[in-house]
Design a protein around this ligand. Structure first.
Ligand code: PLP
Length: 467
């Protein structure tokens, strides 16, 4: 079906404007400097289909960020829709304490199988930050059950992001999210990021990884007795600006955690579910963590769902008559049947569409076309890991992310650079023609915002509001 595009000769009143006004009046928008809402009004989306989102005036936008990294197989996917409609008529929700149901059981079984049963148990939550909280609590509690209650601290990586509840924020190192709340946060040890862009002359990504791991080892030698776990975002630190590292880093960290008796928490909330090329990012390093957090893509981008997978041996350490040795954490919507059913339908699509294999061709086309188009432009560090592609703009000027976002809208793309980093993270449903539209639109947008005006410079201010 061709998109309906408002003809310029018939200037009908915009239906978008009403929603924008009403939204500003009563909706407190996330990750938004409210003062910018006038200059950057929220885009009122009426419906979605595949990789496209349509506003109320019939204009379409390619969802180049997968709606904050959650969407995998496109909007309104017929198979996920059908599964959800069936589930709606069967069971939408029941508490998971004292009850169980097929979608929660089947999802835990299938995910365990995807880890080769290395991670045999699955604890459900509702959003990514809660999954991180659960992993942190479980790690501390597992050590306490083992008679090691002194292990109370966590190690996190510089530039890391793990969500914004207070526990998750204490292991997050992204200043715009963290700084205002710093007085409320527990102490975490921060160690070097293995970000490959930090390579010194003559170093490759693996050398940066070894250097970062050496810093972690120095800390563990000194403090392992008081450290419960190291938390990492495997392969790509997304929220800081798609900082990528060599799989070697994960192998080294796994070995260090084993040597010094510390848990490894893999936060695969953004990088899991095929985003980096394998279903779990950890697979590319040939390791399994002690705790693995999933959310975002697991429900196909349909419903809030998060989970923490762990080893059976860790689970068994909590099986005890003593309530204090049990994990009594609870969320009202834990294991929601609709969300789990959406996840099962999503796992079916991985198999039916051979998604991981077909994504390799998509990713290749995307970076080939982008590399060609960016040739000679003032950009740096073009990089890719699976379905995440990014580059840094050399002289972004003030409010670059906001200006880029607005110019991209005009080009029919929904994009939100992070600082000076432009990234492309489209749904897996994207076809060759739409990949070309995405790359061409990105290049046109870059041209449009390339030369900051004097006014842009004068405005100053921080760019990060568009993470
Ligand atoms: C998005 C994200 C989270 C937080 O998930 P929410 O559902 O937004 O709470 C945690 N960790 C990583 C790596 C993320 O990208």
């Amino acid at each position: 079906m061709p998109p309906t595009i408002a003809s310029p000769s018939t200037p009908a009143p915009s239906k978008n404007a009403g929603w924008q006004q009403r939204s500003r009046r009563h909706v407190w928008h996330p990750c938004t400097q409210s003062i910018r809402l006038e200059a950057v009004p929220p885009l009122p989306i009426a419906r979605g289909e595949g990789v496209w989102l349509f506003d109320h005036d019939g204009r379409r936008y390619l969802d180049a960020t997968s709606s904050w990294w959650v969407n995998l197989f496109g909007h309104a996917h017929p198979a996920i829709n059908a599964a959800l409609k069936d589930q709606l008529d069967t069971l939408s929700h029941v508490m998971l304490a004292g009850c169980t149901h097929a979608p929660a059981v089947e999802l835990a079984e299938r995910l365990a199988a995807l880890t080769g049963h290395a991670l045999g148990h699955c604890f459900y939550a509702s959003d990514g930050a809660s999954a991180v909280e659960i992993a942190l609590k479980m790690s501390f509690h597992a050590w306490r059950n083992a008679g090691r209650s002194g292990k109370q601290n966590f190690v996190a990586l510089r530039q890391g992001y793990h969500g914004e509840t207070l526990g998750a924020l204490h292991v997050t190192d992204v200043p715009v999210f963290r700084d205002a709340y710093a007085p409320l946060l527990a102490h975490a040890h921060l160690v070097a990021s293995p970000d490959a862009r930090a390579a010194r002359p003559g170093e490759d990504a693996a050398a940066v990884a070894r250097r970062a791991a050496a810093e972690l080892e120095a800390l563990l030698i000194e403090r392992h007795a008081s450290i419960a776990a190291v938390i990492v975002e495997p392969l790509v630190q997304c929220a800081t600006g798609m900082a990528m590292h060599a799989p070697e880093y994960l192998r080294l960290v796994r070995a260090l955690c084993d040597r010094y008796g510390v848990h490894l928490i893999a936060d695969e909330i953004a990088v899991g579910c095929g985003r980096t090329g394998s279903f779990f990012a950890c697979e590319q390093a040939g390791i399994w963590p002690d705790f693995l957090c999933l959310s975002k893509g697991i429900s196909g981008g349909y419903l809030p769902l998060a989970l923490v997978m762990t080893r059976d041996a860790i689970y068994e350490g909590f099986v005890d008559d003593d309530a204090a040795r049990s994990f009594l954490h609870s969320h009202s919507y834990t294991g929601n049947a609709l969300a789990c059913r959406a996840a099962l339908a999503t796992l079916d699509l991985f198999e039916r569409e051979d998604a991981l294999r077909r994504n390799r061709a998509r990713a290749e086309r995307l970076i080939d076309r982008l590399r060609e188009g960016l040739h000679g432009m003032p950009v740096d560090h073009l990089r890719q890991r699976g379905m995440i592609t990014a580059f840094d703009v050399c002289e972004p000027g003030a409010r670059f992310a906001e200006r880029f976002h607005l110019a991209a809208r005009a080009n029919g793309l929904l994009m939100r650079p992070i600082g000076a980093t432009v990234y492309l993270m489209p749904p897996y449903a994207i076809g060759d023609g739409d990949i070309d539209l995405l790359v061409d639109g990105t290049l046109a947008t870059l041209q449009a915002v390339a030369a900051p005006t004097d006014e842009d410079h004068a405005e100053g201010g921080r760019d990060a509001a568009l993470a």
